[in-house]
Design a protein around this ligand. Structure first.
Ligand SMILES: NC(=O)c1ccc[n+]([C@@H]2O[C@H](COP(=O)([O-])OP(=O)(O)OC[C@H]3O[C@@H](n4cnc5c(N)ncnc54)[C@H](O)[C@@H]3O)[C@@H](O)[C@H]2O)c1
Length: 405
């Protein structure tokens, strides 16, 4: 297949490009490299030293003989160029990772809220409109998030996209399936909820074939392909805005920094290892919906854990100390989360669950590159409201927090 990977320079995008290239697909990466610019804005860098995208592609060719083609393009701002690109290359599938993906970054200031909405909603809508206009019948696979559902649970499993409801009508009760209601907990999650509505409309109006993957928090760093050469290494975000919870605990342990648990740590989250994430995308690609079918929605996660349990697990393995800090987010102190992921299991996913070996691998990577870590960038400083900002003012070592911008 010829596959366009939008956002293919990112944390999940890059290993997906390598995985699918190794499977023999023709891969085109479209990216505006905005994530690299955000690192510069925040004054941080990936824990792992990343080469330019062109250099990464060159190394992949040297190691495997396979070609990855890179196209510098802003999906949100360059609509005409996107359309021309689609017409010229006519991909069989498009994988869409190209969004601003950090909830804390999206809540930093009003400017960051505006940027996240403009970038994410325009990117998704430009792509949908361009597919319709060019008549290209590509299967669109989008990376959404489990976070669209919020984190309060009624005790029933979160289904894969659709909820059976019974509606009282004048002629008696009627059964219906509706999109599972969203309850986004940040501006970033709100954009992913809006994406869902865009997909619903274009699938029903224009027969676009769309799969939306509601992904859990990705952890780990290496995949089978990124291990093959030091310059194929994946990016690894450790900072308070882009670092995700389990990866952050592991780097904190590696550099002797307390594990930063927010609030009581009673939040339950869904997780998936990076190797399973790329495998799930491959499985979804192999099972496209038909034109006219509703959007196919998968829960792309393999397990759920409570944040404080993860902190204690990492502390047990590494000897790190756990610090309970005021929560910068506006959310319930404690929540349960039960998630249905039976569609991926039925397609053959064999989940990689939290194993000490894989956790230790991340700690080793973090120790190797510990000299690249700026400790002042480790704590999360973006508060959800002005009132919360007043109580999130110290790091676990009791130093005053330095805002990232
Ligand atoms: N990392 C996670 O834990 C996680 C969890 C759930 C869902 N997701 C979703 O998966 C997708 C990929 O996540 P990631 O961690 O790889 O993010 P990332 O920030 O590392 O990668 C996103 C890539 O998209 C590019 N991009 C952003 N806006 C663009 C635009 N307008 N035009 C072209 N390129 C653009 C960036 O430069 C970057 O290379 C995101 O949509 C994210 O919401 C990620």
């Amino acid at each position: 297949m010829k596959i366009a990977i939008l956002g293919g320079d990112g944390f999940v995008g890059w290993p997906t490009c390598l995985h699918l290239s190794e499977k023999g697909h023709e891969i085109h990466i479209l990216d505006n490299l905005s994530r690299r610019w955000i690192d510069t804005e925040l004054g941080v860098q990936s824990l792992t030293p990343m080469d330019s995208i062109q250099e990464r592609c060159r190394i992949w060719r040297e190691v495997t003989g396979r070609r990855l083609q890179f196209h510098l393009l802003d999906i949100a701002k360059e609509y005409e160029r996107l359309k021309q690109w689609l017409l010229e290359h006519r991909p069989d599938a498009v994988i869409h990772f190209a969004e601003q993906r950090a909830a804390p970054y999206s809540m930093k200031t009003d400017r960051h809220k505006v940027y996240t909405v403009n970038n994410n909603v325009a990117a998704t809508h430009n792509l949908l409109a361009a597919l319709v206009e060019t008549g290209i019948d590509a299967h669109l696979v989008h990376l959404g998030t489990m976070g669209v559902y919020g984190y309060s649970s009624v005790g029933a499993p979160i289904p894969e996209g659709y909820l059976d409801v019974t509606i009282d009508t004048p002629s008696g009760p009627r059964e219906q399936q509706i999109l599972y209601p969203t309850r986004p907990g940040s501006v970033y999650h709100m954009t992913k909820s809006l994406d869902q509505i865009l997909f619903q409309f274009y699938a029903q109006n224009d027969g676009l074939r769309i799969t939306d993957l509601h992904q859990g928090i990705v952890w780990g760093t290496h995949t089978d392909q990124t291990r093959r050469h030091p310059q194929l290494v994946n990016r690894f975000d450790y900072d308070g805005d882009y670092g995700t919870v389990l990866n952050r605990f592991l780097i904190q342990a590696a550099i002797g920094y307390p594990l930063t648990v927010h609030g009581t740590g009673g939040q339950t989250r869904a997780f998936i290892h990076i190797q399973d994430s790329v495998r799930c995308i491959e499985l979804a690609l192999g099972d496209p919906p038909k034109a006219g079918e509703r959007v196919r929605i998968f829960n792309q996660m393999t397990e759920t854990h409570r944040v404080r349990d993860l902190a204690h697990l990492v502390a047990r393995i590494t000897g790190a100390r756990v610090a309970f800090l005021p929560n910068p987010r506006k959310e319930a102190d404690e929540n349960d989360l039960i998630v249905d992921n039976s569609q991926f299991l039925a397609l053959g996913l064999e989940p990689t669950t939290l194993q000490e070996g894989l956790l230790a691998e991340v700690v080793d990577v973090a120790r190797k590159f510990a000299h690249r870590i700026d400790r002042s960038r480790v704590p999360a400083v973006s508060a959800w409201t002005k009132e919360i900002a007043e109580r999130v003012d110290r790091d676990p070592e009791r130093r005053a927090l330095r805002p990232a911008i």
